[in-house]
Design a protein around this ligand. Structure first.
Ligand SMILES: Cc1cc2nc3c(=O)[nH]c(=O)nc-3n(C[C@H](O)[C@H](O)[C@H](O)COP(=O)(O)OP(=O)(O)OC[C@H]3O[C@@H](n4cnc5c(N)ncnc54)[C@H](O)[C@@H]3O)c2cc1C
Length: 245
């Protein structure tokens, strides 16, 4: 006789996962694409000839916003983050491909987001001109406790419906946006730069943005991977005010 597995117990996370699962991306891809304009079919040989010139060319392309040479590369990330992060993420339409886990075809795992003590909890100021400051111990305790209670209650309702034979796609309606989901996201350096310009805060940014902290956590990890693959392009992005070309 086979036993019905026990439902998983809710678990709580304060971090996000970003893995680079596949890539074909290097500074040489930018140079190769840019030099075809002038060197034609011999451009492949030009790529590694003169490193200083290559650095200069990438910087020039970035500064003058010649964007298309930054598109001839590809990075695929596996990302696990709360659904509210994915809602913001998938607003980025151009130069991105997404595939997300299905709540119709599989039972959703009860993993939920609870901010840790480093997450500033209190918003001050008016929309468009506000800042976040630390919460008190009492606010932190309240946030953790109320979120966990609420998540447990929602998951119990989900399980109750599944146990009664209700379809997953209907039962999932009770689950909150703090539930973790996972997806593959594929982009190129140009679309990633546009994303990073909007979804990270950085002292070198010419045009400051004010992203939600949790999508910024994803962006920062993606940026670390990208910087290792394309150091010259990354340096030029920073040097030119973190504006996508
Ligand atoms: C801090 C912050 C707060 C935000 N708040 C809100 C909010 O309150 N409500 C809300 O709905 N969204 C909000 N957004 C989402 C925002 O409006 C964009 O949808 C999101 O940042 C994606 O940017 P994008 O359209 O430039 O990117 P992509 O969709 O990747 O597009 C890239 C670029 O392609 C061009 N492009 C793409 N589609 C079109 C088109 N249809 N027509 C013309 N040009 C196009 C544009 O130049 C665009 O910048 C917020 C974003 C940020 C960063």
């Amino acid at each position: 006789m086979t036993e019905t597995p026990e439902p998983a117990q809710p678990s709580f996370r304060s971090d996000v996962t970003v893995e680079l699962v596949k890539h074909a991306a290097g500074d040489s891809d930018v140079l190769f694409a840019a030099r075809v304009s002038t060197a034609g079919e011999q451009s492949l040989e030009e790529v590694t000839k003169d490193p200083e010139r290559s650095k200069g060319l990438i910087n020039y392309l970035m500064r003058d916003r010649h964007g298309s040479p930054f598109e001839h590369n590809s990075m695929t990330f596996f990302i696990s983050a709360p659904i509210f992060v994915f809602r913001e993420f998938m607003r980025h339409r151009v130069g991105w491909s997404y595939n997300e886990e299905s709540g119709r075809y599989r039972e959703l795992e009860p993993v939920f987001y609870v901010p840790d003590a480093s997450r500033k909890l209190v918003q001050q100021g008016r929309p468009g001109k506000y800042e976040f400051v630390e919460g008190t111990r009492a606010q932190q305790e309240l946030t953790g406790r109320v979120m966990e209670d609420s998540y447990r209650q929602a998951y119990e309702a989900y399980r109750e419906m599944l146990a009664a034979g209700v379809a997953r796609e209907v039962a999932r309606a009770v689950l909150p946006v703090g539930l973790f989901s996972s997806m593959y996201a594929t982009c190129n350096a140009r679309s990633l730069m546009h994303f990073l310009g909007l979804r990270t805060q950085h002292e070198l940014a010419k045009v400051p943005s004010f992203p939600q902290r949790e999508i910024e956590m994803v962006g920062q990890q993606m940026e670390e991977h990208w910087a290792r693959l394309m150091p010259l392009t990354h340096a030029a992005f920073n040097k030119n005010g973190r504006v996508a070309p």
